[in-house]
Design a protein around this ligand. Structure first.
Ligand code: COA
Length: 333
């Protein structure tokens, strides 16, 4: 799905991120499950991931990332008009994690809600808020991807527990002023025929956790990894190509591709298919693993702070996740 992009231009005014202090290395995992650093590194590229502390919730990490983004922009919390948190690991099923973040920040004038689009959620939030700002409904938006996946992992399942981590990233969007960069094109898509490939089967209304099923760990991530891998490469390639074409760009115009951080082999395959050299593809999954909705947001903030792109450069953000969902954005910084 892709709307007309000819409305009032919207800029990404600033970014922020937060990773919890505790680091779980591949060596640590070797003592938890039957795995090796060699297997994890060669199959995924992941070397470590961060773990939230007990009592540290998704909303706490989201708040810290948001504070850093607001600070970078110089926007006071009470002036934030819209907060969207993308997460599949909310603090509570209701109210939305965004409500806790609103309260934590003191952003009392903001409308706040969550969206659930898995690893594509941050770019879904970008598209939604871009449209709402363009339409004049809100002057600015704070969009956040935040996950505490460690609470939804089966720590006895080596096929999933090595892949994921916790963290949060945020961005502030507002109307672009004359001469400022802006979001050129966005694309989002969904294939509900593939819900079985990647999901958390229990804990919702379809399968509440009860005393009878409590030992089956149904409220943890289940994945058919090989199938997900194939869809991820095709969908991200197509979505990235869609926004590149819609923005009137070619591969040569792209300063940096910031892909979803799930697996280095997926990232390499996408770089190859987009004909973008590896030094123009941002990778940080060796440090953080797959942080789902937070991954693109954290990567955008890191790349921004490392000055991997500057004013006038074109960047491509592209994500893929459970649903299946996918999304991309072309941005002139
Ligand atoms: N350590 C050691 N061995 C492991 C292991 C681990 N952590 N996890 C799985 N294995 C074993 C399997 O049991 C299997 O053994 P077998 O051949 O004896 O049955 C073998 O390694 C190969 O497993 P397979 O699943 O075929 O590996 P793979 O090359 O497909 O890699 C993934 C597995 C999960 C890394 C890969 O499929 C992947 O990254 N998929 C996409 C996941 C993803 O991106 N998800 C999020 C999307 S947002």
């Amino acid at each position: 799905m892709s709307g007309t992009e000819s409305q009032m231009p919207v800029t990404i005014a600033g970014t922020g991120s937060y990773l919890p202090e505790k680091i779980l290395t591949n060596a640590d995992l070797e003592s938890l499950v039957d795995t090796t650093d060699e297997w994890i590194t060669s199959r995924t590229g992941i070397k470590a991931r961060h773990m939230a502390a007990p009592g540290e919730h998704t909303s706490h990490m989201a708040t810290k990332a948001a504070e850093r983004a607001l600070q970078q922009v110089g926007l006071a919390a009470e002036d934030v008009e819209l907060i969207i948190v993308a997460t599949i690991t909310p603090d509570t099923l209701t109210p939305a994690t965004a409500c806790y973040v609103q309260q934590n920040l003191g952003a009392h004038r903001a409308v706040a809600f969550d969206i659930s689009a898995a690893c594509s959620g941050f770019l879904y939030a970008m598209k939604i808020s871009k449209r709402l700002i363009s339409d004049g409904a809100f002057k600015n938006a704070l969009i956040i991807g935040a996950e505490k996946l460690s609470s939804f992992i089966n720590w006895e399942d080596r096929t999933t527990c090595v892949l994921f981590g916790d963290g949060a990233g945020a961005a502030v969007l507002r109307k672009a002023e004359e001469g400022e960069g802006h979001i050129l094109a966005t694309d989002i898509g969904t294939d509900g025929a593939q819900t079985h490939l990647l999901n958390i089967p229990g804990g919702g209304s379809a399968c509440p956790i009860t005393i009878q099923n409590a030992d089956q760990r149904l409220a943890t991530l289940a994945m058919l990894g090989k199938e997900v891998f194939k869809h991820a490469v095709t969908r991200m390639r197509d979505s990235a190509n869609t926004v590149i074409a819609r923005a009137g760009l070619t591969a040569a115009d792209i300063k940096l591709v910031i892909p979803h951080q799930a697996n280095l082999r997926i990232i390499d395959a996408i770089a190859d298919r987009l004909a973008v050299p590896n030094d123009r593809v941002f990778v940080n999954l060796h440090k953080y693993g797959n942080t789902s909705a937070a991954a693109i947001a954290i990567a955008l903030d890191e790349a921004h702070r490392e000055k991997r792109f500057e004013h006038g450069d074109h960047i491509i953000l592209v994500a893929f996740g459970a649903g299946l969902t996918w999304a991309a954005a072309a941005v002139r910084w």
